[in-house]
Design a binder for this molecule. Structure first.
Ligand SMILES: Nc1nc2c(ncn2[C@@H]2O[C@H](COP(=O)(O)OP(=O)(O)O)[C@@H](O)[C@H]2O)c(=O)[nH]1
Ligand SMILES: [Mg+2]
Length: 304
């Protein structure tokens, strides 16, 4: 089996190519000057680091190069590595389990196709393998196929599956699922929801309602709204986070499909501009391809 770091490094290949694959030839044999910094800035923006993080990185590189009397272009790469490590922070996801109340509820939200259902399946595997009693509930009640897709994931990890009659109101499914999970000693209840465009306000209100009824069903249950973002979304990720945060709150992000995009640098933009931490990352389509986000490992994988 691949080590998780090797898996991460492999999955970030495209992003590494768009970032360090471009930086290395750029700085080779050059002196650090305004022209070089401008070109580096363009490369960072092109790798989806976003305006804020890019601005901050270029400013610190300029400042440190001056203070530390650096003149050689190659030295910029080392500086950037250190500064990017400074921007990324790890969430203390392990502390979720320190709350003694059960079930812990993960409400999985996001736009269509971002990877919610797949991520629910992966989370079920991750935590059932750690000995936790996991249940999955399907609040994506619009499509029968969506419920079946989820049931298959539940079977793969042999976890409980709480299903609703098709066409049932998503909030009532969430309410019943939370009650059932609490009554049957479930440690982790994963609630999958239908994809929704963050621009459709009635759908966003439905999420607010789902969050409310979970609280009503079990007020002490530690509940986390986790927003799933397709890593290939690039800068649009930031506006998705803002809108979802307004309706349902955002206690963490899950960035998926890092294995198939060159835009993984968006995690740096997110870390710079967004309060909510990245908690998990998707690094492939298989059930084991989910990792707890580790900022140090990510920076190392990205920049090596
Ligand atoms: N390569 C890759 N594909 C992923 C990942 N996560 C999800 N997918 C794929 O993205 C597509 C949509 O996933 P799905 O979970 O149905 O999205 P949902 O509409 O948000 O529930 C599927 O084809 C998944 O296999 C990932 O981390 N890496
Ligand atoms: Mg789905």
């Amino acid at each position: 089996m691949l080590s998780s770091f090797k898996k991460l490094t492999d999955s970030l290949l495209k992003t590494r190519n768009s970032l360090f694959g471009k930086l290395a030839p750029l700085v080779g044999g050059r002196k650090i000057d305004d022209a070089l910094l401008d070109e580096i800035e363009e490369t960072l923006l092109g790798a989806d680091l976003g305006l804020d993080a890019t601005g901050r990185l270029i400013a610190s590189v300029r400042e440190r190069a001056r203070k530390e009397n650096m003149t050689e272009g190659e030295q910029v790469v080392t500086l950037l590595k250190e500064e990017i490590r400074g921007i990324l922070t790890s969430a203390d996801t392990a502390s979720i389990w320190q709350n003694e109340h059960r079930p812990v509820v993960f409400l999985i939200v996001g736009v269509n196709g971002s990877g919610k259902t797949t991520t629910v399946g992966k989370l079920a595997r991750l935590y059932s393998a750690q000995g936790k009693k996991v249940a999955i509930a399907a609040c994506d009640t619009f499509r029968a196929a969506a419920v079946e897709q989820l049931q298959i994931w539940a079977e793969r990890s042999a976890v409980d599956f709480i299903r609703a009659a098709s066409g049932a109101d998503p909030a009532s499914v969430a309410f019943e699922a939370t009650k059932q999970a609490a009554a049957s000693g479930v440690d982790l209840l994963l609630i999958d929801t239908a994809g929704r465009l963050h621009t459709k306000s009635h759908l966003m209100q439905e999420l607010t309602k789902i969050r409310k009824v979970i609280h009503k069903a079990k007020p002490e249950a530690p509940t986390y709204s986790l927003l799933v973002i397709d890593g290939a979304t690039g800068q649009n990720a930031l506006s998705q986070v803002r809108v979802f945060t307004d309706s349902v709150g955002c206690d963490g992000l899950i960035v998926t499909k890092l294995d198939s995009t060159a835009k993984g640098g968006v995690i740096i933009a997110i870390a710079e501009e967004i309060q909510a931490p990245v908690r998990y990352i998707g690094v492939g389509e298989n059930i084991d391809d989910l990792q707890e986000f580790d900022a140090g490992q990510f920076a190392d994988a990205l920049l090596s």
